[in-house]
Design a protein around this ligand. Structure first.
Ligand SMILES: Nc1ncnc2c1ncn2[C@@H]1O[C@H](COP(=O)(O)OP(=O)(O)OP(=O)(O)O)[C@@H](O)[C@H]1O
Length: 285
């Protein structure tokens, strides 16, 4: 069992997915380009960025739903993925119980379903109609469905959408507990540009490319944020400080610190500072 306080030694990192110079071209344009990051077993990577910045595209490319048009995506042989998409293609006019939702795409023994629902705290809702669930309960049901696959990698596309602030804290606690208990890697997409899950090992800020990356700063260390979020949330949420060396112009071009303007941004285009290639722990990327 892993604990938040047990950092994984670089030599022991078991890489689940590795993206190198990855780009996806659709509809005549690059949706994302030059995306680089790894997810190791037991690590949490959070993708943030404005709407349309390529977070879902990147996550779907990482798990092999989309094929990259340049660069590479390497997955550990036999990798099992549990994916919770942003939207589910479900016919909401038909009645559907939570139990049935668990077996829509794969069958699982009843005992395992009960265990999964129990582990996300909604065992009592097994026979409830999915349509009647609250936002937080629905996200828990989707999490239970994903962990039933016993994934090496859990990919969660905006798991706190439609959930209020205290529900968000509880969901992040649950996601952290799943990581600690199973040791899986987690790729998390956040709708918030600044507040991320505290146990995140690496935050990647996307806007068609990796704008900056680093580790979040715990809220516990800052009395002003503690006051803002409350003591419980302060252990679960963290602030991510952006370190951009460029600005995105309204027409999609990129203005660099030296004043020059380019169509895109590339790590090796000579406009970037060293911190674009390193995370805040100093790991070369
Ligand atoms: N198959 C496709 N063909 C053309 N454009 C696409 C395709 N899929 C996605 N896009 C566009 O790519 C961009 C990135 O989409 P993506 O869903 O990855 O962004 P996102 O960061 O997850 O956004 P959000 O926060 O709104 O969910 C968007 O402008 C979207 O319209």
């Amino acid at each position: 069992m892993l604990k938040k306080s047990d950092p994984i030694e670089p030599a022991r990192r078991e890489i689940l997915v590795s993206l190198k110079g990855t780009g996806v071209h659709r509809g005549g344009r690059w949706l994302v380009r030059n995306v680089e990051f790894d997810i190791a077993r037991g690590e949490i990577v959070t993708l943030i960025g404005p709407n349309g910045s390529g977070k879902s595209t990147t996550a779907r490319t990482a798990i092999g739903v989309l094929k990259p048009d340049e660069g590479s995506v390497t997955r550990m042989p036999g990798l099992t993925v549990g994916y919770v998409p942003q939207k589910l293609a479900i016919d909401w006019t038909l009645p559907l119980t939570v139990e049935r939702l668990m077996t829509l795409t794969a069958s699982h023994p009843a005992a395992e379903i009960g265990e999964a629902l129990d582990s996300v705290g909604i065992a009592h809702l097994a026979r409830a109609e999915v349509q009647a669930l609250s936002g937080g309960e629905f996200q828990r049901a989707l999490l239970a469905r994903a962990i039933l696959r016993k994934p090496d990698l859990l990919v969660l596309d905006e798991p706190v959408q439609g959930v209020d602030f205290s529900g968000e804290v509880a969901l992040y606690e649950l996601i952290g507990a799943i990581r600690d208990r199973t040791g899986c890697g987690i790729l998390l997409i956040s709708h918030d540009l600044h507040v991320v899950m505290a146990s995140t090992d690496t935050v990647i800020c996307l806007n068609g490319h990796v704008c900056c990356r680093g580790t979040p700063q715990t809220v516990v260390a800052s009395p002003e944020y503690q006051k803002l979020f409350g003591a419980r949330a302060a252990g679960t949420l963290a602030i991510y400080r952006h370190h951009h060396d460029h600005t995105h112009l309204p027409d999609g071009r990129v203005q660099h610190e030296d004043g020059s303007v380019t169509q895109h941004c590339h790590p090796d285009d000579g406009h970037h500072q060293d911190h674009d290639h390193h995370d805040e722990a100093g790991h070369a990327r």
